[in-house]
Design a protein around this ligand. Structure first.
Ligand code: B16
Ligand code: MG
Length: 217
C-alpha cells in the first residue's frame, strides 16, 4: 500500500535544532533574558514569530512592531551563518537508509517543517530530490501544534491523513501529527515525546521491518 511518510526537518533529518538553540540563546541573552535547554524544548517546531513571542514573555518584555521584526531578522541572520557551512555530513544517522527504503517501496515522501529555511537546508545536504512534496513555514498560516502543515503535506501527496506517518522531534509536532489523525513517531527522548505513538532515539533504532510493518498496516 502507498503510505505517506512526512518528515520534520530540524532535529529529524539534520541537527539544525542545535543552531536554532545557539541563535535564540544569543538573542535572548542580548535582551537580558535567560535561555535554558528546557525553554528551548518549548520552541522546537514552533514558528519564528511564536518563538520570539515566548522569549519576550519569559522576560516580561514588550516591544513595538519594528523592534520585534528587527529581532526576528537578527535571529535569522545569526541562524543563517550557522547553516551556511552545512553539507551532507550533517544528515542524521540512517536517515538516508530510511529514505532509500521508502523510495524503493514507492512510498510517498514529504517534508513538513515549520522552517522558512527548509528548502535551502535540503539543498545544502543534497536531499531535496528525495521529496515529492515540501510543505514548510512559507506554506502554512497556522504553525504546529496546528495540524495544517501535515494535512497540506498529505494533500500534496494525494494520500489520506490516516494513511500518513509523521517523524517529529518536537512536542508541538507530535501534537500536530496526532491532531491530523496520523501515526506519530517521535525522534528523541521518550520522556519528552510521550504523546507519540512510537518513540525512537534516532533512525538507527528504526528497523527496515518496522517500516515494512507501517507500509502494510
Ligand atoms: P525558521 P521544524 C522549526 O523547524 C524549528 O524546530 C523551530 O525551532 C524553528 O523556530 C522553526 O522551524 C522556524 O524556523 O526560523 O528557520 O523559519 O522542526 O518544524 O523542521
Ligand atoms: Mg523539528
Amino acid at each position: 500500500k502507498r503510505k505517506g511518510f512526512i518528515f520534520d526537518l530540524d532535529g529529524v533529518i539534520v541537527d539544525t535544532a542545535k543552531y536554532h538553540f545557539l541563535a535564540w540563546q544569543k538573542l535572548a541573552n542580548s535582551i537580558g533574558v535567560e535561555f535554558t535547554h528546557e525553554q528551548n524544548e518549548q520552541l522546537k517546531g514552533v514558528s519564528r514569530v511564536k518563538s520570539l513571542e515566548k522569549i519576550l514573555n519569559w522576560g516580561n518584555i514588550t516591544l513595538d512592531n519594528e523592534e520585534f521584526t528587527g529581532l526576528m531578522a537578527k535571529k535569522n541572520e545569526d541562524y543563517l551563518l550557522h547553516i551556511e557551512k552545512m553539507d551532507a555530513s550533517e544528515i542524521l544517522p540512517d536517515v538516508p537508509r530510511v529514505l532509500e527504503l521508502l523510495e524503493k517501496e514507492k512510498q510517498g515522501i514529504a517534508l513538513g517543517s515549520a522552517s522558512k529555511n527548509a528548502e535551502v537546508i535540503l539543498q545544502k545536504v543534497h536531499l531535496i530530490q528525495k521529496f515529492s512534496a515540501i510543505i514548510d513555514g512559507n506554506g502554512v498560516t497556522k504553525g504546529k501544534p496546528d495540524p495544517e502543515v501535515f494535512l497540506n503535506a498529505a494533500k500534496a501527496l494525494s494520500i489520506a491523513p490516516e494513511n500518513c506517518i509523521v517523524f517529529e522531534d518536537a512536542t508541538a509536532g507530535i501534537k500536530a501529527a496526532n491532531a491530523a489523525n496520523m501515526i506519530s513517531i517521535g525522534i528523541g527522548d521518550a520522556s519528552v515525546l510521550y504523546e507519540a505513538d512510537y518513540v525512537f532515539k534516532d533512525f538507527t533504532e528504526i528497523s527496515s521491518d518496522f517500516i515494512q510493518e507501517l507500509i502494510k498496516k
